[in-house]
Structure formats: C-alpha cells, structure tokens
Design a protein around this ligand. Structure first.
Ligand code: UT7
Length: 321
C-alpha cells in the first residue's frame, strides 16, 4: 500500500506584522529583511490561536478537501516544536477538537523537517497495512519562542499550520531520504523553560530560539541539493520529471541557491515566505495547500518536498499527486 495526499488545508493567524513594525522593535529595516530573506510580513498567533487550535483548523480544512469524516481518521501526526502544552500531545488536542474519536495520536519533533518526517511515518504505517487514513499536520506558534529583542532571529519567523490527509491506495509513488546530524545541533537551539536552571531566570536567552544563521545557511544550501539528488538517483528519475520542488520556506536566498545548484528553473520552486516568514514544520504543508487550492497539482504529477532545520535534520520526499 502507498499513501497518497487526497486533501490539504491550512490556518493562518489573522494578525500580520510587516517589516516596518519590526523596525520599531529592533534595529532593522524593511530593505535589509527583504533583501536578505525575502520576508515581507509574518502572521502572529493571538492567545486563542494556540498551536493545537491552528493545527485543528488546518486538519478540518484538509478533511473537508478530502471528503473524509473525522471518525474515519486512523492516525493523527502533528509535527511541532512549539506546543502550548508538553502533555497531552498536540495531536491528542487536535483529536478532541475535530472529533477524530478513532484515531491514534502522536507528535513528531524534527523542527523544520518535521512535516517530512511525519509524512514518512504516515507512509510507514500505511505501507505496513496498519492504518489507512492519516492526517499529517505541521503547526507552529514560533512567536512564543522568538526573542523579539534579537534582530538576527526575530525577522525570520512566523506562525501558522498546514495539514494533509494521506490515504492508503494500491497505486502511486512515494520515496524518501532523511538524515539527522545531532553533532551539529548546537547551531539552532531553544531550551525548555521548565528546567531547574531556569527557575531563577525563566526568560533567559537560552529559552528563546538561538541560531547561528550563517552556519544554518551553509548547512541548508549544501545538504538540501545533496539529499534531493540522492532521492532522484535512487528513484532513477531526472529533475525535469519533477513538477515542483516544495522547499522549507526559511529564506528566499536559500531557495534560489538550491535551484541553482540543481541547475533547475527557479519557476519550479514556489515561495511564500514573503507572506508568512519561516513557519518551521508548517511551511511545507501551507505551501502545498496553496498550490493545491490554485489547481497547480494534477493527478500523476511528481513533486519533491525538502526540508532542513534544527537537530540538525534534513530530508526530501518524492510524492505523486
Ligand atoms: O528553518 C531553519 C532556520 N533558520 C534558517 O534557515 C536561517 C538561515 N540563515 C539565514 O537565513 C541568514 O543567515 C540570516 C537571514 C539569519 C542572516 O543573514 P546573513 O546574510 O547571513 O547576515 P549575517 O548574519 O551575516 O549579518 C550580516 C550583517 C551583520 O552586520 P556586520 O557585522 O556586517 O556589520 C549583522 O549584524 O547584517 C547585520 N544584521 C542585520 N542588519 C539589519 C543581522 N541581522 C540584521 C537585521 N537587520 N535584522
């Protein structure tokens, strides 16, 4: 059995902060942010728009798109690094909110590669014949983890959620290559605020996202093309057989560099970080939902999804629409 995406959905917080608003908070400006990252604005979740709320709204939209009832869902996987509660899992909260009473639920923490890792997990369960209907979600309220006084990180990130319904079928094509590189993990970190060392200073810098941007940039532009090539080679495919490369939306310069290294037309690399910034595990499913809703994806077409992020982690999945 092979899982095929048969519905997508997303939820974007109502409030957006543009670069000019950030320039009132830290020493930065619209021109620098747009030129170095491609980000124009990002959406910021309100108190009610928690990670599980956004995840559930995205899941409801994806289920409607797939014409699947909540009680037909066997498994809910939520990729997130910014849950509002440590337990229960965000996926159990989603189950409650959408009424997926028959689902088994668990979360996946692989940061910006989270959606890819969760999609692989769905495929593994489907391939083994264990589950038939899986909802895979990427959801983040990174605005809670961002240090809004730190200009080198706060300009990049945003909040949102995206979801895909993956249904078991006899036909289709799915392949993946993933890696974790824990030895390099210190370049992108965020410590839990619930640790003894932070009892005295709960707002210590370590409890916000900390990033060596240049190192993450170098890692991304070398590893993402590498993993995409490995995936294509393994499947005996040429890049021109791929309709779109849906990359994690971290920085437009990273996307351009990957396209150049793969010697592929930049038009095959859709971007939307201008509107949402980097939403970590949510960025790939939000972009996939946009492409799906615009009618850009036709049955049988191949698409590559590729992500990278904290862990360090990286990977690519080949899907057939
Ligand atoms: O999802 C995965 C997570 N993260 C990423 O993918 C991030 C990958 N890295 C990046 O996107 C880029 O490294 C950044 C956008 C974070 C930074 O861009 P950069 O071109 O690597 O800038 P830089 O850190 O090399 O800094 C260049 C200059 C520095 O000034 P000096 O030393 O040249 O005088 C910085 O202090 O730009 C300065 N700078 C800023 N200036 C205005 C850094 N941040 C800002 C800012 N506004 N927000």
């Amino acid at each position: 059995m092979i899982g095929r995406i048969c519905g997508t959905g997303s939820y974007i917080p109502k409030v957006a902060w543009d670069n000019n608003k950030l320039s009132e908070m830290v020493d930065t400006n619209d021109e620098w942010i747009q030129e170095r990252t491609g980000v124009v604005r990002r959406h910021i979740a309100s108190g009610e728009e928690t990670t599980s709320y956004m995840a559930a709204e995205a899941a409801k939209a994806a289920l409607a798109d797939a014409s699947l009832a909540p009680d037909e869902v066997d498994l809910i996987l939520v990729a997130t690094i910014s849950p509002e509660r440590i337990m229960p899992s965000t996926s159990c909260e989603v189950q409650k909110k959408i009424g997926a009473v028959n689902a088994t639920c668990m979360d996946v923490n692989a940061a910006c590669t989270g959606f890819i890792f969760a999609l692989n997990t769905a495929q593994a369960f489907i391939g083994q014949g264990i589950y038939k209907n899986v909802v895979v979600i990427g959801a983040e309220s990174l605005s809670n983890l961002v240090n809004w006084q730190e200009r080198s990180t706060c300009i990049l990130f945003g909040d949102g959620a995206g979801a895909a319904v993956v249904r078991a079928g006899e036909t289709g094509h799915y392949a993946q290559v993933t890696y974790s590189a824990g030895n390099g993990g210190n370049v992108l970190t965020c410590s839990s605020r619930n640790q003894k060392q932070f009892e005295e200073q709960p707002k210590a810098a370590e409890t916000y996202m900390q990033m060596d941007g240049r190192e993450v940039f170098k890692f991304a532009v070398s590893k993402v093309p590498e993993v995409i090539r490995e995936l294509l080679d393994r499947e005996g495919m040429q890049p021109d057989e791929v309709k779109y490369f849906v990359l994690h939306q971290a920085n437009e310069r990273i996307v351009r560099s990957v396209a150049k290294r793969l010697k592929e037309d930049i038009g095959k690399f859709p971007v939307n970080m201008g509107e949402y910034g980097n939403t970590s595990s949510a960025s790939i499913p939000i972009l996939l939902d946009e492409l799906n809703k615009k009618g850009e994806l036709r049955a049988g077409e191949h698409v590559i999804l590729a992500g990278f992020g904290a862990g360090l982690s990286y990977g690519a999945s080949l899907i057939q629409w």
